[in-house]
Every structure is written in structure tokens, then in C-alpha cells.
Design a protein around this ligand. Structure first.
Ligand code: MV4
Length: 670
């Protein structure tokens, strides 16, 4: 077995591989770009080598630098993770040429499966079922039309050199075929430089079910059952699960055999995945084979109790597979949700910035968090904005999927992220949506359930407004108490924030904004207690911060656990698994302190400062330009929200700013 390996990747997969290597007593070498110098995978590895500037083409994709790092540190093997160079033939060859074990399949297998049209021919020979259609070389339009008529409409025209959904066109009627074909050929020619197409029967409401296979260098090959990855958005997987709902033992054996036959057809060694497109009636057809460890491999690990990276390292070191097919079992049900720094309300635009608050759920035998970031890390514009993979498992004998769904909802509710937009709320709605909960799955689920998944911006519930207000009061009281202790007169009544006033009840109005809504919560201090009035309701309120923003609240006798995280002037209120974002309106400064670029002093979205217009100290009219922010490929002018003076700019030209970051210290003219 190796004594030292290099991980040619970053983020969660690099951390995940290091975790297994460490458990096996193998030393680890990380590689990192200048942007990742403080990254978690660098911190976890025994050694680390900087391999270049942030852009992947200058670092993580530079074969020579990675090979040099392995040679310099004496790493005997390189684990490529997924993405980057994980399916790059040249990289696998460079490893071999330098006497370094590549933790992956032989180059020949990568090559064979790299050409989608060639791989189909290989599969056909191996008896692996292909989608009914025509994959031949005769590209004469009349011939293709005749093939389409024979297959029967609707058919799908696919560019042979395409993939991942690119260059596909459904044709519903014979009379539409000729034009559709011509259009597909033109698009294939311009996009892929190859107008070769194939014609398939169009599967309506298909599912994506993939089989995990593993081969060793002694001729053994097994399948580690299936994963259902049907829930996708623009061909990106969102939630994955194992086993596939509705799978029968017979169907599983048939798909497993087909997958092993596919692997054997290319003398496969290592971890691989054979993807099938599956009709609602269970008939399945080969789609493609991926010659790497997949992002979603943890759900397979959870139901089999195996460590696939350990298997990869053993197989790469020449050892036989640890288990034979008949020793493999499924136990329970697992789900994985991919947690991303992206904004579902802005077309899932990546959200760049600092993870001001990051609190994942506690890990147990039922909850696993594979992540590459920690609190105060940055989500970089250079790489995939993944925050983590959240995996849950339940081992019940009967309703394991239902229990796993409940565990996923709870874990998502406990996953608190502040500082970047994220898809946690979207994932919670996805897991809760009836179609998903009832396993009514197909690749069009997200599109079909848009109404449920993207609800029109409802306003936060009354308790969210009141919890936000209460948090302001408690924070001020505790802050004042801390100041008093720090000061020279700790018991001065002037430090008390209990609203005490001689012979009267103190009142305070807390003004909050949620989106376009601005509301006031009125607080009255009556004796030792607080009365909150909101939307016509008055309740006695009490609360205290536990830790990390956790707030125990009593609202009119109803006990609520909430978390409130302040970031700049925003208050993130986590209640019942939903995050409500409020802007606390500073009573001294009303003008546009929200996020709008039309006058706000906070970044309306993640972006980069590209110009400072106003001079510090200058007296300005309301509306005068202060600075220019570049975001979403547009320039946004941040203007003076009132007559006043710029005291300081909080970012320099060229710096990235996260959504909601305070940009300017501005003094409003009295
Ligand atoms: C199909 C199909 C329906 N009928 N082939 C999408 C990309 C590539 N993986 C193959 N894909 C599809 N091929 C036939 N004959 C529907 C899809 C498809 C899809 C397949 C798997 C997972 C997600 C998908 C999303 C959209 C379309």
C-alpha cells in the first residue's frame, strides 16, 4: 500500500480523500492555487504545494506542475478526485510515465468511454441495452428520415459529439423532421465541429439511474447497486439517493449485470459509474460511463457501509477487491443534497463572498457533511461554488426513505449559512415537495414543480419580525452590560438597556425591512418584562442568547428556538428551517440603507469595486455617485443616499465584495 499520496484537487473532494487516507495511515500531499492558500484541504493535508495562480488553467489543470509536486514530495500515487484532470488521458499517461500510480482506470478505458458515440458501439457489442434508434454512419437526410419513421415519433435527434444535453432536439411529427435535422446538423457543426447525429426514440419523463461499478487488476468486477439522480437542473444533479425508489430485485440484478458487462468490455479497473436512462416502466438503456469517482458516491457508501476511496487506493495499489458480489448488501436509504453558494431567486447565479457564519448540522451515523470550507472562508469566483454535500441515512427496515427525507429536512434546517446566498431553502422545498416525497421522479421534476419550488416572495411570519426585534433588544442589553463591565462604573443606571425610565414605561420602536416591506415592532419595557406589539398583536416577550446566535425565546408563552446572525446591517433569522433576512433600519439613517443600488450603501449583490468616484471628505448632494460596482456583468453606481460626506470607502478598487457588504462610511448632513 502507498505511504504517501497527492490529491490533485481541491474543496470537499480533496478533504474527503484526505480523511480516508489519514484513516488508512497514508500521508497526504495537497496542491493549491494562490487563492486556496488558506483552504481547508491545505490545512488537513500533511504537506501542501502551491501550484500557481487561481484560474484552474494556471494551477489545478496544469499536468506538469502536479507531476512535479508529486515527484518533489515523493508521493507514490495521485488521486484526481472528480472534475479537473480526473478523466484526462494525458494526465493518466503522465503519471504512468513518471512511475506514479494514477488512482483511476487505465488510459484505454478513459479513451474508450470518452467518445460518447464510440462508447455506444462498444456497449452494443457487449450486449448492453441501448435506447432504440439509429447510431449509424449513413447521414443522408432521406435515410435518417426513414430511420425516424421506423423508430416512431416522438424521436430525439442528438449530436454524436454532443453530451450533457447539448445538441438534442425532440421531433414530434414526421413533417417536422427535415427542418429539425438540418437545424441540428448546423448547430452540431458550429458547436462541436462535427455534424454527425444519431436518432433515438424519445423517452418522455425519463429517470436517471446509475450503477456504481468497481473493477480490480485481477479481473474481478462488481456492482455496488444503484443511485437515482433524476432530480437535476440544467443537467446538474441537485439531490441524489440510493437505492432507487421502486427498484425491484430483478431489475437491480439486470442493471447491475449490464453495468458490469459494460465495465468488463473495457477491462475496467477502479471506481466507475454506468449511467442509464430509465422509462417509468423500468426499461433501461445505456447513456454513458463515467471513469471517475462521482460527486454522489457517498449515498452508495452509506447504504453499503463501504469506503469507496479506500477501495480505490487498495485497487490502485494492486490489491484485489475487498468483497465479492455475494458479500455486498443494501441497508437502509440515503439521500444527498448539494449545498451551493448560489441564488435560486437570481437564476442560481453563483454568490461570491465570505462565509460570515457557517454552522453545519452535527455529524452522526445518520448525518454526514462533506465540505471544503469553514466559517470565515471565501467562496471564490474561480471555482465551483459548492459549500458542502449533505448526506443523510436511515437504517429502518420498512420506511427508510421516508425517515431519510425527515432527517434531510431537519439537517437542512440546521444548516446555517450567512454571508453568501445559498440554495438551502430551495433544497428544503424540493425534499418537501409532494412529487419528491412520493418518489414521483423524473428528470423534469424541478421544472414541473416550479410553483412549489419558487414561491412568490411571501412575507416573513409575525414571529420572525418579533424575534428579529427581540434579538436587537437583547443584543443591545447584553452589549450595554458588557460595556458597563468594561467601563469604570459597572452599575451606572445610564448603562442599563432595560428601558428603565423614572416613573414611566420606556418604549422603543424597532424598524425592520424584509425585501420591499418595511415594518415596525414596538417594544415597551414594563417592569422586568418586555411587551412586543406587532401587526395588532401584543405579547409578553423574553429571551436570551445561548451561543453562536442561538436564541431561546418566549413569545406570549410560545417557546421558540431561533438563531439570529447579524451581518452588517442585515439580521438573518433562522426559524423552523427557514431563513428570513431583515435589514435593521438605523433610526438615524433612513435613506436607502437597504440593498438597492439606487441609493443603498451596501452591495446589492456580489461584485467587484471598479471605481471610487467621490473624494473622501467632499460634501455631496443626494444622488451624487460614490463608487461603481461591477456585478452580473453590469456596472452599478452606488449614489449618495442623502446630502452628506464620505468619511471612508471600505473597499479598494479591484476588491470583491459579497452581497450586502457595507461599502461606504457616509455621514448624513444634519
Ligand atoms: C434522452 C432523453 C430522452 N430520450 N434520450 C440528457 C443528456 C444526456 N445525459 C442524455 N439526456 C437525455 N437523453 C432519449 N432518447 C432525455 C435526456 C435528458 C436527461 C437524461 C438524464 C438526466 C437528465 C436529463 C435531463 C434532460 C434530458
Amino acid at each position: 500500500m502507498f505511504t504517501k499520496i497527492l490529491i490533485a484537487n481541491r474543496g470537499e473532494i480533496a478533504c474527503r480523500v484526505i480523511r480516508t487516507a489519514r484513516r488508512m495511515g497514508i500521508r497526504t500531499v495537497a496542491v493549491y492555487s494562490e487563492a486556496d492558500a488558506g483552504a481547508r484541504h491545505v490545512r488537513l493535508a500533511d504537506e501542501a504545494v502551491c501550484i500557481g495562480a487561481p484560474p484552474p488553467r494556471e494551477s489545478y489543470l496544469v499536468i506538469d506542475k502536479i507531476i512535479a509536486a508529486a515527484l518533489a514530495t515523493g508521493a507514490q500515487a495521485i488521486h484526481p478526485g472528480y472534475g479537473f484532470l480526473s478523466e484526462n488521458e494525458e494526465f493518466a499517461e503522465a503519471c504512468a510515465a513518471n512511475g506514479i500510480a494514477f488512482v483511476g482506470p487505465p488510459v484505454s478505458a478513459i479513451r474508450a468511454m470518452g467518445l460518447k458515440s464510440e462508447s455506444k458501439k462498444l456497449m452494443e457489442k457487449a450486449g448492453v441495452p441501448l435506447t432504440p434508434g439509429y447510431h449509424g454512419d449513413d447521414q443522408d437526410p432521406a435515410h435518417l428520415k426513414q430511420q425516424a419513421d421506423t423508430i416512431g415519433y416522438p424521436v430525439l435527434i442528438k449530436a454524436s459529439a454532443g453530451g450533457g444535453g447539448k445538441g438534442m432536439r425532440a421531433v414530434w411529427k414526421a413533417e417536422e423532421f427535415a427542418d429539425a435535422l438540418a437545424s441540428c446538423q448546423r448547430e452540431a457543426k458550429s458547436s462541436f465541429g462535427d455534424e454527425h447525429v444519431l436518432i433515438e426514440k424519445y423517452l418522455q419523463r425519463p429517470r436517471h439511474i446509475e450503477i456504481q461499478v468497481f473493477g480490480d487488476s485481477h479481473g474481478n468486477c462488481v456492482y455496488l447497486f444503484e443511485r437515482d439522480c433524476s432530480v437535476q437542473r440544467r443537467h446538474q444533479k441537485v439531490v441524489e439517493e440510493a437505492p432507487a425508489p421502486g427498484m425491484t430485485a430483478e431489475r437491480r440484478a439486470a442493471m447491475g449485470k449490464a453495468a458490469v458487462d459494460a465495465a468488463k468490455a473495457v477491462a475496467y479497473v477502479g471506481a466507475g459509474t454506468v449511467e442509464f436512462i430509465v422509462n417509468q416502466d423500468g426499461t433501461f438503456y445505456f447513456m454513458e460511463m463515467n471513469t471517475r469517482l462521482q460527486v454522489e458516491h457517498p449515498v452508495t457508501e452509506m447504504i453499503t457501509g463501504l469506503d469507496l476511496v479506500e477501495w480505490q487506493l487498495k485497487v490502485a495499489a494492486g490489491e484485489p477487491l475487498p468483497l465479492a458480489q455475494e458479500q455486498l448488501r443494501i441497508h437502509g436509504h440515503a439521500l444527498e443534497a448539494r449545498i451551493y453558494a448560489e441564488d435560486p431567486d437570481k437564476g442560481f447565479l453563483p454568490s461570491i463572498g465570505k462565509l460570515i457564519h457557517l454552522s453545519p448540522p452535527a455529524e452522526t451515523i445518520n448525518v454526514r457533511v462533506d465540505t471544503g470550507v469553514e466559517q470565515d472562508d471565501e467562496i471564490s469566483p474561480h471555482y465551483d461554488p459548492m459549500i458542502a454535500k449533505l448526506i443523510v441515512w436511515d437504517g429502518s427496515d420498512t420506511n427508510a426513505r421516508e425517515r431519510a427525507l425527515a432527517r434531510m429536512l431537519q439537517a437542512l434546517a440546521d444548516y446555517r449559512v450567512v454571508g453568501v446566498s445559498n440554495n438551502i431553502g430551495f433544497l428544503s422545498r424540493l425534499v418537501a415537495c409532494p412529487a419528491f416525497a412520493q418518489a414521483d421522479l423524473d428528470t423534469g421534476l424541478i421544472e414541473r414543480e416550479r410553483g412549489f419550488l419558487f414561491p412568490e416572495g411571501g412575507e416573513p411570519p409575525a414571529e420572525a419580525w418579533m424575534v428579529a426585534a427581540l434579538a436587537e433588544l437583547i443584543h443591545d442589553r447584553e452589549y450595554a452590560a458588557a460595556e458597563a463591565v468594561a467601563g469604570n462604573d459597572p452599575y451606572s443606571p445610564w448603562h442599563a438597556r432595560d428601558g428603565w425610565r423614572v416613573n414611566s414605561t420606556a418604549r422603543r420602536e424597532i424598524r425592520l425591512r424584509a425585501g420591499e416591506l418595511e415594518k415596525v415592532v414596538n417594544a415597551a419595557y414594563a417592569g422586568a418584562g418586555i411587551q412586543l406589539e406587532f401587526a395588532g398583536r401584543t405579547v409578553a416577550a423574553a429571551g436570551r442568547f445561548i451561543d453562536g446566535g442561538q436564541l431561546r425565546v418566549d413569545l406570549g408563552g410560545r417557546r421558540i428556538s431561533a438563531t439570529v446572525v447579524a451581518a452588517n446591517e442585515k439580521r438573518h433569522v433562522f426559524i423552523d428551517g427557514v431563513c428570513h433576512v431583515f435589514a435593521a433600519i438605523d433610526p438615524l439613517f433612513h435613506a436607502g440603507s437597504g440593498g438597492g443600488s439606487e441609493g443603498g450603501l451596501t452591495a446589492p449583490m456580489p461584485g467587484k469595486v471598479i471605481a471610487l468616484i467621490a473624494a473622501v471628505g467632499a460634501k455631496l448632494e443626494k444622488g451624487a455617485p460614490l463608487l461603481i460596482l461591477e456585478a452580473m456583468k453590469m456596472e452599478h453606481s452606488i449614489a449618495a443616499p442623502a446630502n452628506g460626506t464620505v468619511k471612508a470607502f471600505l473597499f479598494n478598487v479591484g476588491e470583491q465584495v459579497s452581497d450586502g457588504a457595507e461599502l461606504v462610511e457616509f455621514e448624513v448632513e444634519k
